[in-house]
Design a protein around this ligand. Structure first.
Ligand code: GDG
Length: 472
């Protein structure tokens, strides 16, 4: 029987070392939910790093055994591998380049060597599990070389690849010394998916300019195979967010929060700590709102959740300091005894609290400098049972391609952003409902399950076409 093997840097379960020993915590991420139905079915399996260092062989066996019962297979990585392959090449080389921050890009051959070696390690782990007829779906920028490595070992395999972050323009990509290898690595797949047509165009243009391979209608002809490239905008588990926000628990929490905030209007901002998310710019724009429109002082509150992330990477440490300082300065300047302009949380909140914030927010500020898609925008929309609330969305988030009924802004334009906040706060209810209704219809229909089905169907179809072509 054929089966599907999902491969990503991290497994959808976190293994933690606690006083009681090793514990297993399922992740609530969108990908885990979307692919949950696939990897738990039949004999399918998810391959990835379990999130902690396990060197002891007996412990490795224990972890492997535990994860196997939940359809997962761990790839154990050492501290040096995580430093050079993950924090290094993935997050200090690829991430800044692909998000248009070339000034942060580190060019380091040691990082590259580790990236190649860890992709090979993943390749060996997949090959141990995969039969010749299995379907393999590789995810994201940490594993760009894996499709080609798998292809070499299994020329007939069905391989899909999806990139969760933007694909940059050729001018950015060409700066990387390893650009050709990275493109070749991706081309090992039968189907390459991006969130938007824009990313797909950048990829096709890079493949043409750097490898001399032309394409027609998203089909690239390599010397031996056809590779299909297409856009698959990722969705969310709509019902999960709709239900969490509509729950009795969220309703009660909302009452408490509103009381504590003395019924101030709420602008919400939720991100991982990342320079690509535009958090500092957003704070400056909020300050500008308070300066330009003093009538909002005491009347509006910015609730800002920043989830700690990649705190070993220097740019993230200095961004954290910049945010701390900005929040401190703005709060000190404008606060009164009974009102604090910014409620800042530097931690991850449980889903029910997140759902309460989505439910009660009048405005969601999703203003990244660059973002592959941005699921927070879609979760906010799914949480609005009464269809009130306004989404302010950066034109540089993948989500802006679909959510054209949001207030679309340029995140570097502070003035425009401050005006958009004011416009959102005074927007008539009727207009809010009209915009929200359109966006809800779209986000509900193209949810994460539809996304998974579309990708998998396209992969199966493109493979069978190739097979027909090669046998006729
Ligand atoms: C990458 C791409 C692309 C946030 N705070 C809390 C919390 N979250 C959850 C959100 C959301 C997720 O984290 C963040 O997803 P995003 O899509 O916004 O951003 P990235 O993490 O950068 O994801 C991105 C995505 O991959 C998928 O392809 O959209 O562009 O960069 O689901 O709800 N969850 C909980 N507590 C929090 O405090 N429980």
């Amino acid at each position: 029987m054929t089966r599907t093997i999902i491969v990503s840097n991290r497994l959808p379960t976190k293994v933690l070392r606690t006083e009681e020993g090793l514990t297993f915590q399922p992740s609530e991420g969108g990908l885990a939910t979307g692919l949950g139905s696939i990897y738990r079915a039949d004999n399918n399996v998810w391959v990835g790093w379990p999130g902690l260092f396990v060197e002891d062989v007996a412990e490795q066996e224990f972890v492997t055994e535990q994860l196997r019962t939940d359809s997962m297979a761990p790839v154990f990585l050492t501290e040096t591998e995580i430093r050079d392959y993950y924090e290094g090449f993935s997050n200090e080389t690829l991430w800044p380049t692909f998000h248009y921050f070339p000034q942060y890009t580190v060019y380091d051959d040691t990082f590259w060597a580790a990236y190649v070696a860890v992709n090979e390690k993943f390749c060996r782990a997949v090959l141990e599990l995969a039969g010749p007829d299995d379907t393999i779906w590789v995810h994201d920028y940490q594993l760009l070389l894996l499709p080609q490595m798998l292809r070499q070992a299994r020329p007939q395999a069905t391989i899909g690849f999806f990139l969760h972050i933007p694909f940059p323009s050729y001018e950015l990509l060409r700066a990387l010394p390893w650009r050709a290898e990275l493109l070749q690595g991706m081309l090992g797949a039968d189907l390459i998916g991006f969130h938007t047509f824009g990313y797909m165009r950048h990829f096709l243009s890079s493949v043409s300019q750097l490898l001399g391979l032309s394409s027609q209608n998203g089909r690239i002809e390599t010397a031996t195979r056809t590779v299909l490239v297409d856009a698959f905008p990722m969705g969310i588990d709509y019902e999960r967010y709709a239900q969490a926000a509509a729950s009795e628990e969220a309703r009660q929490h909302e009452q408490e929060y509103r009381q504590a905030l003395q019924d101030a209007r709420v602008i919400l901002s939720i991100d991982r700590l990342d320079y690509s998310k535009g958090i500092a710019q957003r704070l400056r724009a909020f300050e500008l709102l308070l300066t330009r429109y003093p009538e909002w002082r005491g009347q509006v509150c910015l609730i800002m959740v920043v989830v700690p992330s990649r705190d070993q990477v220097p740019q993230y440490q200095s961004l954290k300091e910049e945010i701390d300082e900005l929040v401190g300065r703005i709060n000190a300047q404008y606060r009164t005894i009974s009102w604090n302009p910014i409620q800042y949380f530097y931690r991850s909140l449980p889903l029910h609290e997140l759902a309460t914030l989505y439910r009660m927010a009048d405005v969601a500020l999703v203003t990244p400098m660059r973002d592959g898609m941005n699921l927070v925008a879609k979760e906010f929309i799914a949480s609005k049972a009464d269809q009130r609330g306004v989404l302010i969305l950066s034109e540089r988030a993948g989500a802006a391609r679909e959510l054209s009924d949001a207030l679309i802004i340029n995140p570097t334009d502070m003035g425009q952003l401050a005006e958009a906040m004011h416009e959102a706060l005074v927007m008539p209810e009727e207009e809010q409902v009209q915009r929200m209704r359109m966006m809800q219809a779209l986000v509900r229909q193209y949810d994460v399950f539809a996304w998974t089905d579309l990708f998998m169907n396209q992969l199966t179809q493109s493979k069978s076409q190739q097979f027909t072509l090669s046998t006729t």
